[in-house]
Design a protein around this ligand. Sequence first.
Ligand SMILES: CC(C)(COP(=O)(O)OP(=O)(O)OC[C@H]1O[C@@H](n2cnc3c(N)ncnc32)[C@H](O)[C@@H]1OP(=O)(O)O)[C@@H](O)C(=O)NCCC(=O)NCCS
Length: 434
Amino acid sequence: MAREKTASGPTRVAIVRGLRTPFVKAGTSFSTLSALDLGRMVVQELVQRADLDPSEIDQVVFGQVIPGLTGPSIAREVVLAAGLPRKIDAFTVNRACATSIQAMVSAAQFISLGQSHVAIAGGTECMSDVPIFTSRPLAQALTAASKGRNLADKMKPFRNLKGADLLPVPPAIAEYSTGASMGESAEKMAKENGISREEQDRIALASHQHAAQAWAEGRFDGQVMHVMVPPTYERVVEKDNIVRADTNLAALGQLKPVFDRKYGTVTAGNASPLTDGAAALLLMSEARAKALGYEVLGFLRSYAFAATDPGEQLLQGPAYATPIALERAGMKLADIDLVEMHEAFAAQVASNLQALASPAFAKKAGWKEPVGEVDRDRLNVTGGSLALGHPFGATGARIVTQALTELKRRNKNTVLCTVCAAGGLGAAVVLERA
Ligand SMILES: CC(C)(COP(=O)(O)OP(=O)(O)OC[C@H]1O[C@@H](n2cnc3c(N)ncnc32)[C@H](O)[C@@H]1OP(=O)(O)O)[C@@H](O)C(=O)NCCC(=O)NCCS
């Protein structure tokens, strides 16, 4: 296999370190924090743990899927809040649930072109702190009132408001183009692909069992920082709080469907929960990593993004992106040691695995042959988003760190990481250790 020049560009891009905060259910341990707090903490700690002189950093690429209204360019805010040198360039990316895969790829593109040598890429999300909107009539009244010269003028715009205009408007976790929620889209995929409730619950159970085992064996210790919660810093969050070591098929089987209460199969147990957390990666050109004396976790061998019609099967992006990333890596699925697939919903995981192995899907997609059967024993071996949670902006960087750390532990070489995202998007990357 050629090593000098990879599909990711002329210069090999090294992933030197990865780190994340604990991932916690929205409204729990991080309920008083913001996405910026979490992003700042993980970047500061990543730089400290790497013992990196911050002046070496050229660029920070960071993402947040549901941006706050006060600091929408989260990447630059992270640089400033983390106390990094203010000369560091930063830009914000958003590719829905694949946001921090995009952050990694964007940073890698600058590195592979020689325009940057050391970068931090990642993402953050705080579903405990999502912006709540006002209705358009109330927003217009507030704007008009702000221009009033006296109290009477300021009160006038509110006179014609109706009661319903005062209701807060939360952000929708739904497709703008179709109006369908993510959960409804997962239901559609389960029905159209014939994915049973039992299969979904089995995938959820495996996710919890793998994640619980990884925690119990200390495999996450180097990947997950402790968060001392401001302002008193007396409370320390050390672990994820969604993983259930004690769940079982019977308990999962008793949960009621959420998105189609009558005929559905998607439940709180086989859907990823709303989550708070942040994750970051330290990237360098291979040469710079060597010059600075870093041991490399892995290299970005290839990447691909693809899209499908959101009105069809919204979360089928991984099935479309995977063969492109493999082809760009010059590899077949059989060459891959481990597979990490983001678990938005168990139904989406099962649907994508089915598509990758299906001759009918291959024909529809215009491929010569199916990509292949993913060996379930190599899939999400330390748990996925169903058990660990899914802070949208942070999941990609979490997956990359987890995958490369596990590859090293097993002394294996290659991993395929793939993530579905809103809009019918899919991301896939091939990473290698040597
Ligand atoms: C599905 C969803 C609505 C459930 O939210 P919720 O009602 O707050 O979920 P909870 O955590 O309270 O779980 C509901 C119940 O299921 C139980 N449960 C959840 N997971 C379980 C598991 N693995 N094993 C056993 N029980 C479980 C909980 O204990 C709870 O039981 P209780 O009501 O007796 O306390 C929410 O997680 C959601 O919207 N997820 C989808 C997010 C999304 O769209 N993401 C985008 C993906 S791309």
